[in-house]
Design a protein around this ligand. Structure first.
Ligand code: ATP
Ligand code: MG
Length: 440
């Protein structure tokens, strides 16, 4: 492997014959964005997880681009784009089924904004530049500064579309070969800037089967108390990313070993190893390409606490005090929802979705009972939880099958397929226009 050194910046540059990243594995849309930026005279690199995963021969989750074009300039080049973010504005370029995120090289070591959805649920979409102050010029930086503000060395490699080389400012290539997650710069300082990086270090080490480099690992143990100071929306975002990753059981286990899980999410109390089992079932489904909505994933996370409450509130005859269960579970869910800025609709689905599990404990008796239950908007969450729980050995498989049969019967769709339900997308409430006042 021959490694050239960029004279100006000391970056190591790996020429095309010396690496295995093939352009053919980059999405057409990301290539389109890279080429158009370059043709317009800007520098544009593929960055982040896309480069890392392609070098590891893994399938990237998404493709991110970094450039020296400013957000407004990027926006002008792509009609199918929108500026997002509040502090650091970046541009989403929309294609059918794919969004390519394009950010301007930054100097600031501060954490990036939470990607789109969470912020938008809280504040509505970012205004277009006419009304929002532009990102201060001092926040923009050189490609090298941008590499150093990133979190881990393996996440900081650039792919240059003009000559197909890999540019490494931070030693990421060596760490990729050695299988190491290493903080860029002093780990404790980087975790103080953004405590969520501790969660990310663990998540990557599990997903990639990498070891966390010693001083980075020691810094996580030293800084773990800081996790409570992380921006709530970022905590929620990283949590859901982990739950969707296909390795959520292991990630949560290692978060717990480092003392991060209980500090960040005290509601996820688990006295009976239920969490590991239900998340293993989620992971098995994710491996098969299934996607779960946020409410189902959050309900899985809260299942151990919920089942504990059910136990506490069940009397000797096996009857559950439903009214108390509803209110007591809210005292668990509400603080978490507030802290993580969960959308009201998701909270509703988690609350009722879990609560309805108690109704599936016994085999169905009447068709009307089944029809009534399955009509609720939260039932898809309940059903997925029930199915995952049955797979995990937490609920009776036989009862699950009896419900599946009963649902197919009332559905009139007894085709022997597994019963499935889809949660309605969040219904956004439109602000009603005030009726115009008539002139007298
Ligand atoms: P994946 O998308 O596979 O989960 P990724 O590495 O692409 O992994 P993203 O969350 O998409 O992760 O972020 C893209 C890149 O932005 C990262 O690779 C990293 O370089 C940078 N980044 C993200 N979050 C942070 C952070 N908290 N601090 C510093 N850099 C960050
Ligand atoms: Mg990514």
């Amino acid at each position: 492997m021959s490694i050239a050194t960029d004279a100006q910046s000391q970056a190591r540059v790996l020429a095309r014959p010396d690496h295995n990243l093939s352009r053919q594995r980059i999405s057409h849309n990301a290539l389109k964005v890279l080429y158009r930026l370059c043709r317009a005279g800007y520098i544009a690199y593929l960055v982040g997880g896309g480069v890392r995963d392609l070098l590891l021969q893994r399938e990237p989750k998404d493709f991110d681009v970094a450039t020296n074009a400013r957000p407004e300039e990027i926006r002008r080049l792509f009609r199918n784009s929108r500026i997002i973010g509040r502090r650091f504005r970046l541009v989403h370029v929309f294609f059918r089924g794919e969004i390519v995120e394009v950010s301007t090289f930054r100097a600031s070591p501060e954490p990036p904004d939470v990607p789109d959805r969470w912020e938008e649920e809280l504040h509505g979409p970012a205004e277009e530049p006419v009304n929002t102050p532009a990102t201060p010029a001092e926040h923009f930086g050189s490609p090298e500064e941008d590499a150093f503000r990133r979190d881990f060395t393996v996440n900081s490699l650039f792919y240059n579309i003009t000559d197909f080389s890999i540019i490494d400012h931070v030693g990421g290539l060596d760490d990729l070969l050695a299988g190491l997650i290493r903080s860029i710069g002093p780990a404790e300082k980087r975790f103080e800037e953004d405590p969520v990086r501790m969660m990310r270090a663990i998540e990557y080490s599990v997903r990639l089967r990498f070891r966390i480099e010693d001083s980075t690992a020691a810094a996580i143990s030293n800084c773990r108390d800081l996790i409570v100071e992380a921006a709530p929306a970022r905590l929620g975002y990283e949590l859901l990313e982990a739950l969707r990753s296909g390795c959520s059981a292991e990630i949560c286990k290692v978060w717990r070993q480092y003392g991060i899980l209980g500090r960040a999410f005290p509601e996820v109390e688990d006295r009976h190893q239920i969490l590991g089992k239900i998340l293993a079932a989620v992971d098995a489904q994710c491996e098969r390409g299934r996607r779960f909505e946020d409410a189902t994933l959050l309900a899985c996370l809260l299942l151990p606490r919920f089942l504990d409450l059910v136990d506490e509130l069940t009397n000797d005859e096996g009857r559950v005090d439903n009214a108390r269960l509803m209110t007591e579970f809210r005292t668990v869910l509400d603080p978490m929802a507030g802290r993580l800025h969960l959308a009201n609709h998701a909270v509703h689905l988690v609350h009722h979705g879990l609560f309805a599990l108690t109704k599936l404990k016994r085999r169905p008796e009447r068709g009307r009972q089944v029809i009534k239950l399955t009509r609720h908007e939260y039932f898809p969450v309940t059903w997925k939880l029930f199915r995952l729980g049955a797979e995990a050995g937490l609920f009776s498989d036989e009862t699950h099958r009896a419900w599946a049969r009963a649902i197919r019967r009332v559905d009139g769709a007894d085709r022997g397929e597994p019963v499935d339900f889809v949660v309605d997308p969040v219904r956004r409430t439109r602000r009603r226009r005030r009726p115009r006042r008539r002139r007298q």
